[in-house]
Design a protein around this ligand. Structure first.
Ligand SMILES: [Zn+2]
Length: 266
């Protein structure tokens, strides 16, 4: 009896110490598994878990393209072809409802998501249903982020560590929880409001204006769900190339088109 009296408090302390490790450990063990899988041939792996906010202005004379609200099997593949043609890596901030099994075209959109990753583009979390996350209760907020992370990891074995808030609305609590989960929040500083453009030409003009007003470049926001965007993208790329040639001839700095990693690792 005397011996038990001494070991019992030790046991209680051990249990108290182990419970949080067991409870919290499951999430991170799963995470590590995905990271290991992703390390296999994934050139974006170094971006995982940066826990930062990217706004776009921090890198000069570079531009990176981001596409929100997809994937959409009707428009995203057109963009993928154009991105490949120009050897440009884009970042797709996806909504989970797009490839949910109960959603119309969910399977087609799922195939597009696989293709995005196969072609070496980056995928980020744009929440499951595209709600204003600052207005969500804690439980719904968690589920909006986790559902997408789970869908993507199940589908591709890739980690999902970039986050873009719908409507650009995000509060301190959201940022804290994203940081804790290793997400980098990617905002933008170049927005031609592609959803307002009535034609691809109109979107080209809007894009030209945004870039001329922000000649040092940054993070460019587009929506791959928008038909005009898919058609305007090659026009925007050609215009940037022509502008670069003109600037180079004048001995002025040009705008290099890069992947988001150049902004995050700055
Ligand atoms: Zn959006």
């Amino acid at each position: 009896m005397h011996r038990q009296d001494k070991t019992l408090p030790k046991l209680i302390i051990l249990v108290i110490l182990l419970v949080p490790i067991v409870v919290l450990g499951f999430g991170s063990l799963k995470d590590i598994r995905y990271k290991i899988k992703a390390a296999d041939g994934n050139r974006w792996n170094h971006l995982v878990g940066q826990g930062r906010i990217v706004r776009g202005e921090e890198v000069k004379n570079k531009i990176t393209f981001t596409f929100d609200d997809g994937p959409d099997h009707r428009t995203t593949p057109i963009l993928l072809n154009e991105l490949d043609k120009y050897h440009v890596k884009g970042t797709f901030f996806i909504n989970g409802h797009r490839f949910h099994s109960r959603t119309a075209a969910g399977d087609e959109n799922k195939a597009v998501l696989r293709d995005i990753i196969r072609r070496g583009h980056l995928v980020g979390n744009h929440t499951f249903s595209h709600k204003d996350v600052t207005a969500l209760d804690a439980e719904t907020w968690k589920s909006e982020v986790q559902q997408v992370a789970y869908q993507v990891s199940e589908l591709t074995g890739q980690p999902l560590k970039l986050f873009r808030p719908p409507f650009g609305r995000i509060n301190r609590d959201n940022i804290t929880s994203l940081s804790r989960n290793g997400y980098t929040v990617v905002m933008w500083n170049l927005d031609p409001l592609d959803w307002m453009a009535e034609t691809p030409r109109a979107l080209l003009r809007r894009s030209q204006r945004v870039i001329e007003e922000n000649p040092e470049g940054g993070v460019f926001l587009l929506h791959d769900t928008n038909r005009n965007t898919a058609q305007a993208f090659p026009l925007i790329m050609e215009w940037i190339a022509e502008r670069n040639a003109r600037l180079a001839a004048e001995g002025r700095p040009t705008l290099e088109i890069v992947g988001i990693d150049q902004f995050i690792n700055n």
